[in-house]
Design a protein around this ligand. Structure first.
Ligand code: HEM
Ligand code: SF4
Ligand code: SF4
Length: 537
């Protein structure tokens, strides 16, 4: 009993520590992203495209790698000279390709780690996302192994250092009968066939990586795998400039008879190597193996209370496909009707395992309307814990709380900022799991039942916690995506302004300005006013 309490106590401390790390990391990212938004705009913000950037660097690696391979000598005796030829004699193309290969692989590590940290800090790695997380962990290994093998192929002093240290480290494992380090005791130990094996492995591992990358994004709807053109051009130009002003060069040729002296390590790939000098091989295995296992378990630590999955009501569903197109997690399928409906051929079917209960499908469904006069409101697809009746009830309660000259209702999401504490006299907030859950007809409802204005907010554009919720909402309010905001709603009574906690002051200013606009006579604007926080805020 006492032991159980102790271990629960220890677990609580770990969870609280993890939460504190997440909160601080999130704050740092939000602040930096505010600046990068101001510099590049949300549509080209590199921090919103870290996964796609990692893909992009792999493409550069594949193209530059093919070029290098044309001139590369796969024999251990000629490898170094062939790389030297590319670097110095053919510096104008071969040298640039080599540098692009080197810098793209470093950049790939940076974007991959930032991508990982960002998912972790923003709590976007569990539930349905745990599949992407778990497939991501082996990708870390595949990238590191490919990079280290690449360094070996230069067969210079750095390659010698990596070969000897890695072999000694691997030999610690009891699974290999013949010590690998024996191959690196003398120059004769490194044979051409062993060297070719390293070359083939360096070329083969990226194929697994490509396959893993496709699997990694398999469960996401419209994953951001391609960079917008300005970002792609900017990235390649930066790499080219770096390649020209600071070309990648080799260190002295490998000589297994002489221990390497001073070396320039690539810290992106070799940060763990100096540890091997001070720690035992077993301790380094424990660190790396333990770290990998911890990462694999992370989506289940702490176990999250899961809201129930979305539920389809066949008596309402017409099989219109809108929810299928909007679900960010591919959790809804359109299937043949099972109830023999005389008019409709298809019905929506939720795949419970993939559903994260974001509620975006409720916002997509044309039957999600608060205006029905049935005994109990019901939509064709809703969240059992937050159905249409509940959405109307919380909106009505909020409307009753409004007082003052200008009454504004703010619809926001659970993941951007706490809109229930805006400290604004004539404003009341209604929180949804995702802003994409808001049916446009609920805005109409709020305006007809006492609100002078509706302020819609959520995560910054380009970075929705539920991936696509803010984008769909913006399109619905802009008359670009169904269900549309009803035509009769005066557009200047609605404001769409995306902001996170770091943009609180800007959001409050925008709210003030909105209240001011509401005091003036309506101008019958055709478009909802769209704004964005985090532009240097
Ligand atoms: C070669 C390395 C990697 C590449 C190219 C890559 C690429 C991507 C891309 C393109 C997405 C979709 C992003 C979006 O549409 O919002 C994604 C999502 C994701 N990645 Fe990676 N990734 C890599 C490594 C990792 C690693 C190491 C982890 C963590 C261990 C990870 C965790 C995730 C998670 C959890 C998601 C889902 C995020 C969400 O739904 O918001 N990835 N990745
Ligand atoms: S709540 Fe709806 S939109 Fe969200 S994941 Fe589940 S089925 Fe998809
Ligand atoms: S949006 Fe609504 S009506 Fe259309 S398929 Fe989905 S559940 Fe059915």
């Amino acid at each position: 009993m006492g032991q159980n309490t102790n271990s629960r106590h220890r677990r609580n401390i770990v969870f609280r520590l993890l939460k504190a790390i997440q909160a601080s990391g999130k704050k740092v990212f939000q602040t930096v992203e505010g600046t990068t938004n101001a510099m590049f705009g949300p549509e080209n913000n590199p921090l919103y495209y870290l996964g796609a950037m990692t893909f992009f660097f792999l493409y550069i690696l594949l193209i530059s790698g093919i070029y290098i391979y044309i001139f590369y000598d796969t024999e251990v005796t000629g490898a170094y000279a062939s790389v030297e030829y590319l670097t110095h004699t053919q510096w104008y193309l071969g040298g640039i390709m080599r540098s692009l290969h080197r810098y793209a692989s470093d950049a790939m590590i940076v974007t991959m780690i930032l991508h990982l940290l960002r998912r972790f800090f923003n709590d976007r790695f569990n539930g349905a996302r745990s599949f992407s997380w778990i497939t991501g962990v082996p990708m870390l290994w595949l990238v590191l192994i490919t990079g280290l093998l690449g360094y070996l192929l230069v067969w210079d002093k750095l390659a010698q250092f990596i070969a000897v240290h890695t072999a000694e480290w691997v030999d610690w494992l009891p699974i290999i009968a013949e010590p690998v380090a024996r191959n690196f005791l003398t120059n004769g130990g490194m044979t051409n066939s062993l060297f070719r094996l390293l070359v083939v492995t360096h070329l083969g591992v990226p194929l697994f990586l490509l396959a893993a990358m496709l699997l990694h994004t398999n469960r996401l709807h419209q994953p951001k795998v391609n960079l917008p053109r300005p970002l792609a051009v900017g990235t390649i130009v930066s790499l080219l400039v770096l390649a020209i002003i600071h070309p990648a060069v080799s260190q002295a040729p490998a000589n297994l008879a002489v221990a390497p002296g001073r070396l320039h390590l690539d810290w992106f790939y070799m940060a763990v190597y100096p540890l091997m000098d001070t720690w035992s091989a077993g301790a380094v295995w424990a660190l790396i193996g333990g770290g990998t296992i911890f990462m694999m378990l992370l989506p289940w630590l702490p176990p999250k209370r899961r809201d129930p999955a979305a539920v389809v009501d066949l008596t309402q569903c017409s099989g219109c496909n809108l929810c299928v197109m909007d679900c960010p997690y591919e959790a809804i399928r359109l299937e043949l009707r099972t109830d023999g409906h005389p008019r409709f051929i298809h019905e929506a079917r939720v795949i419970e395992d993939k559903c994260v209960s974001c509620g975006i499908c409720t916002g997509s469904c044309p039957f999600s309307t608060p205006f029905r006069h049935t005994q109990k409101l019901a939509s064709a697809i809703e969240m059992p814990h937050a159905d249409m009746q509940h959405l109307r009830d919380i909106t009505s309660t909020a409307l009753q709380e409004l007082s003052g000259e200008r009454r504004v209702i703010v619809f926001g999401c659970d993941h951007s900022m706490d809109i229930t504490k805006l400290g604004h006299a004539c404003v009341v907030g209604v929180r949804l799991e995702c802003i994409g859950m808001l049916p446009p007809s609920l805005i109409d409802y709020a305006l007809r039942h006492g609100a002078d204005g509706v302020f819609v907010t959520g995560c910054r554009m380009g970075d929705c916690f539920h991936r696509l919720g803010n984008k769909w909402t913006q399109q619905r309010l802009n008359d670009e995506r169904k269900p549309l905001l009803p035509r009769k709603v005066a557009r200047d009574r609605v404001k769409f302004f995306m902001a996170v906690e770091a943009d609180r002051k800007t959001l409050l200013r925008e709210l003030d300005a909105f209240c001011h606009v509401l005091s003036a006579p309506l101008t019958r604007e055709k478009q909802v006013h769209v704004g964005e926080g985090g532009k240097g805020a």
